[in-house]
Design a protein around this ligand. Sequence first.
Ligand code: ADP
Ligand code: MG
Length: 284
Amino acid sequence: MASPTETPQATQTVIEMNDVFTRFGQHVVHSGIDLEVHQADVFAVIGGSGSGKSTLLREMILLQQPSSGSIRVFGVDLKNIPDEAALALRKRWGVMFQHGGLFSSLTVLENVGLPLREHTHLNDHLIDETAVAKLALVDLLPEVGAQYPAQLSGGMMKRASLARALVLDPELLFLDEPTAGLDPASATGVDELILKLRDRSGLTIVMITHDLDLLWRVADRVAVLADGKVQGTGSMLELARMEQSAIRSFFDGPRARAAQQQHTVPNKHEINKEPSSKPKSTIH
Ligand code: ADP
Ligand code: MG
């Protein structure tokens, strides 16, 4: 086996999907999905409404099984995975669901602390202390912990949900539409948060989004999902140069052009420094 010194650019594959098919009755959602997510990448999945993005994510986090094909996360095959192995995997990832997924009958602090109650033996005091620290990480004041989800604004709900996703210090973070439904200022705040998280060593982020600003700002690699398949994968700059019509549709509208211009033209040196060329962690 090659030693790390011989392969300094080696990247570790965190998620690998091969030939994944998903059918709901007659409706074929995925017809042969192949993708790889590398360690420490911000990997984004884009695609039209109903193209199967959330379903793909649910399959990665053991909430749903594909009809056929294989999915490996941290090298573990998710098919017929024993309960104990599934539990061990769940401790290694955090998920922020499209609609927050907070329990309405629990306070924000109780929601954020919930994974610690499920997966650790920490006492109540330590759980609350850790939950407050995670609220601070997502820029929520400690007093927000006493509130119930219904009392929060959309942006605060996303942040609280993110705090819960981070409470076990995951190696892998899933974000389903992290900025959807937010006003532009709140969305920018969430962008900043994701950028802050991206710089934490080794964290791999998989996100689903339609948000072009978010994609240009934080995504290292982007997979375009259409017609049941991944139509292309690359940095936003690489995708912007691709010809397939399913990919072009994301780059050719006036809003898409404006976002591209805003995120490429003012920083000319950034154009040559593609996000995908950032140094990757080597395998130790
Ligand atoms: P996206 O997140 O890209 O908008 P989804 O993954 O939520 O799309 O859904 C993809 C397609 O699969 C949609 O047509 C949706 O109606 C269908 N679908 C998703 N989940 C189910 C389910 N549990 N049963 C039947 N159809 C489903
Ligand atoms: Mg969705």
